[in-house]
Design a protein around this ligand. Structure first.
Ligand code: NCD
Length: 366
């Protein structure tokens, strides 16, 4: 464990260990209050954030460490045209660990090739968001006591919703888990993710070989929240990601696709839990907030605890060489995804070749 670029960088055992540590932090916070004394976290946020950035800051403060960084790239040398590679080589002179959020997919993967301090991906475009997944997993574990045999409905913008992509990869590694993907046709999960889940695989972080999922119970795709509701143990609502649309008319047409209200919850299980990474726009009506199944604000608090566990663990992991090696990836032509970091920066065009011959951009998975 050295960077957290995508959730599959961690084995399920490593995730279990982080959750156990977070639970210990919740039980005995004073024990950890000086764990990161003298250490500095840099938060490099090229994209807006409330919860993720502030929970990183609060987490480091509660560990006795300090924080520096920017919350608006316009106020940094990025506005003068500085690259991600140069920015991280600068910031690592001042900080022991970096959390980065970027609007381009794969930016933290690029940062990790240059940095000698751990890089945490705090959300890269519409690609992935592993620390939100850790937050979601801690919340699920605290409520359900297990990850096995759960049916989870993901509802809303599954195309650009990066939190969905990472959580699906993580949950797909547990036994007996079933996914119901609920979205309009235009906002279905990306093909690469569907292929990955269909092949019942995750990527082993060391070998990058596929690892078997014990008894992945499968997945369905639908555009009806009402039909899906009765079977769900977890309903994961998401916002339609306005900032990722190329055209405003499409956003306006799709933005009200799903609105969860008390009426729709009538057919839900009594112990179903409702999660949302937040911010919410209108996809959960505020009358749902008082329902005991609505856990999205508890989820926010869990985000601080799991980030404490993550920062503490990454800073304690001793590595001879921090930089991410990319030797096993193949040099190819430039990625054609306009949302990929390679569209704006001079990066080595690297690809992963999967066992079935499928070729995917190392940075953005397209
Ligand atoms: C999410 C994100 O930024 O992807 N928010 C978060 O980090 N808690 C979800 C969103 O913006 O819709």
């Amino acid at each position: 464990m050295r960077n957290l670029l995508e959730i599959t960088d961690f084995t399920t055992q490593e995730i279990d260990d982080l959750i156990a540590l977070a639970l210990d932090i919740i039980a005995k916070p004073e024990k950890y209050s000086e764990h990161c004394k003298g250490k500095k976290l840099a938060t490099l946020f090229y994209e807006p954030s409330t919860r993720t950035r502030l929970s990183f800051v609060a987490a480091m403060m509660e560990l006795g460490g300090n924080v520096l960084g920017f919350s608006d790239a316009a106020a940094s040398s990025v506005s003068k045209g500085e690259s991600v590679a140069d920015t991280v080589r600068t910031v690592e002179c001042f900080a022991d660990i970096i959390a980065m959020r970027h609007n381009k997919e794969g930016a933290p993967f690029l940062a990790a090739q240059y940095a000698n301090v751990p890089i945490i991906n705090a959300g890269d475009g519409g690609h992935c968001h592993p620390t939100q997944t850790l937050t979601d997993l801690l919340t699920i574990f605290r409520e359900k006591g297990t990850f096995d045999n759960l049916t989870i409905g993901f509802c809303g913008d599954l195309k650009f919703g990066r939190t969905v992509h990472s959580l699906a990869k993580a949950m797909g590694r547990y036994s007996g888990v079933k996914f119901v993907f609920i979205s309009p046709n235009e906002l279905k999960i990306p093909d690469y993710l569907r292929n990955e889940l269909t092949r019942h695989c995750g990527l082993d972080p060391q070998s990058h070989k596929q690892q078997e999922i014990p008894a992945f119970a499968g997945m369905t795709e639908t555009n009806s929240l009402e039909n899906a509701m009765p079977e769900l143990d977890i309903l994961y609502m998401t916002r339609v990601q306005r900032e990722r649309f190329e055209n405003e008319d499409d956003y306006n047409r799709l933005k009200d696709s799903f609105i969860l209200d008390i009426e729709k919850l009538k057919t839900a299980k009594k112990d179903m839990i409702i999660l949302h990474p937040l911010p919410r726009v209108n996809e959960i009506s505020t009358d749902v907030d008082n329902d005991p199944r609505a856990l999205y604000f508890k989820q926010v608090l869990n985000g601080k605890y799991i980030r404490m566990a993550l920062i503490d663990t990454l800073l304690r992991t001793k590595n001879k060489e921090q930089r991410t090696k990319t030797d096993e990836f193949v040099l190819c032509e430039k990625c054609k995804n306009p949302r990929c970091i390679s569209s704006i920066e001079d990066v080595k065009p690297l690809y992963k070749i999967l066992e079935n011959g499928e070729k995917r951009c190392y940075y953005c998975d397209n």
